[in-house]
Design a binder for this molecule. Structure first.
Ligand SMILES: NC(=O)c1ccc[n+]([C@@H]2O[C@H](COP(=O)([O-])OP(=O)(O)OC[C@H]3O[C@@H](n4cnc5c(N)ncnc54)[C@H](OP(=O)(O)O)[C@@H]3O)[C@@H](O)[C@H]2O)c1
Length: 338
């Protein structure tokens, strides 16, 4: 430790619409002292995640709102640098939900030990962590993909979507991704083996574009974005299709709710299932999900990409970038060079 400075990021005000710098505040405190039963963790990587936008609002949702004047809490990977807790030793790597801060103390209840042999420690924040499990549970448990079926994924080049598509390929499906840049589409088809990709920003009529790449219709739709993209996909669903409502990022920053077509008739006519879920619904299956994902990663059957921004002071920009589509793969902040 070179100084006693501990920078933290707090929620300064609740945003209406798209958040900006005014809604965040960076402060400096002293590095906390650990008491009996606690550990001190130096943050190495922070995860910025779209759901955190929901917690900036006080609207009722599955995750508790952040309090104004209190630090953001999010996924992080760090190193234990002091320990008065027998479960954790100095030098161990941990992953958990802690404050957006350079140092955190913890009683150990919201962190888990990482074994660097499982893979690079950053993977605990994506393919071998929350986004990977989200992809796995949503597709396997709700999507129930069968060989030869067509899966369409929106937000396809991000942390969750990029894993969903690769699991779909492992299950023998035709996989089509929708993303917001040609570079993202090339990543999906060339690097990850998707069968086709559509740039929704330049495709023009999305229904026509979908018809071209989904000649047999859509059996599984993994929805990360909602809005107009999903409206188009819903017109192409097949008999007994499964629609997995994982995220609605296109709606998170709207000032007034967007009106769309009524989809109930389409669900009725096709005898389809549309189901929302939260990754924690399947917490009892975390071990199974992580074992399967890590096996696929070890065998080289699942690839991942990280978009890393350096510097704790750039955390806010990294977070806001999610809503501009800056990232390909998982957006991370490297707080400290190891
Ligand atoms: N249900 C759960 O438990 C759970 C868990 C984790 C994540 N999620 C949800 O899953 C989704 C993906 O999360 P992630 O962590 O993998 O994020 P991500 O896809 O890595 O990053 C966000 C991406 O969303 C796209 N996007 C942003 N604004 C958009 C808009 N207005 N319309 C369409 N696309 C937009 C951007 O890509 P483009 O360039 O392609 O637009 C951006 O790169 C989010 O909606 C998130 O809330 C849900």
């Amino acid at each position: 430790m070179t100084s006693n400075r501990n920078r933290k990021i707090l929620l300064a005000a609740r945003p209406q619409g798209m958040p900006d710098e005014r809604h965040f505040k960076m402060i400096e405190e002293r590095i906390p002292e650990v008491k009996e039963g606690e550990v001190l963790i130096q943050t190495l990587y922070l995860s910025v995640d779209p759901y955190m936008r929901g917690r900036m609002s006080d609207a009722k949702s599955y995750a508790k709102p952040y309090e104004v004047g209190e630090p953001f809490i999010g996924g992080m990977v760090g190193k234990v640098i002091d320990s008065r807790n027998a479960r954790f030793q100095v030098g161990q790597y941990v992953e958990g939900r802690l404050e957006w801060a350079e140092y955190n103390k913890s009683d150990g209840s919201t962190i888990r030990k990482l074994n660097p042999e499982w893979g690079p420690i950053t993977t605990a924040l994506h393919v071998l962590g929350m986004p990977g499990l989200t992809a796995y549970f949503g597709l396997i448990y709700i999507g129930q993909p069968k060989e030869g079926e067509t899966i369409v994924i929106s937000g396809a080049s991000g942390a969750v979507g990029s894993i969903v598509g690769q699991i779909g390929k492992l299950k023998g499906c035709r996989v089509v991704g929708i993303a917001g840049a040609d570079e993202k589409c090339a990543f999906l088809t060339k690097d990850l083996g998707f069968d086709a990709a559509i740039n929704y920003k330049t495709a023009g009529n999305l229904k026509n574009a979908l018809e071209e790449v989904c000649p047999d219709g859509v059996d599984v739709y993994f929805d990360n974005v909602g809005g107009a993209v999903s409206d188009a996909v819903m017109t192409k669903i097949n008999f007994q299709s499964r629609i997995i409502v994982c995220g609605q990022i296109s709606q998170y920053n709207l000032l007034t709710p967007e009106l769309g077509p009524r989809v109930a008739g389409q669900l009725l006519k096709t005898s389809s299932l549309m189901k929302g879920f939260i990754v924690s619904d399947y917490a009892d299956h975390n071990k199974e999900g992580l074992e399967q994902l890590s096996q696929w990663v070890r065998e080289g059957k699942i690839q991942y990409r990280e978009n890393i921004i350096d510097g704790f002071e750039n955390t806010i920009e990294a977070f806001l970038g999610l809503f501009r589509g800056d990232n390909i793969g998982k957006q991370l902040v490297r707080v400290t060079e190891e």
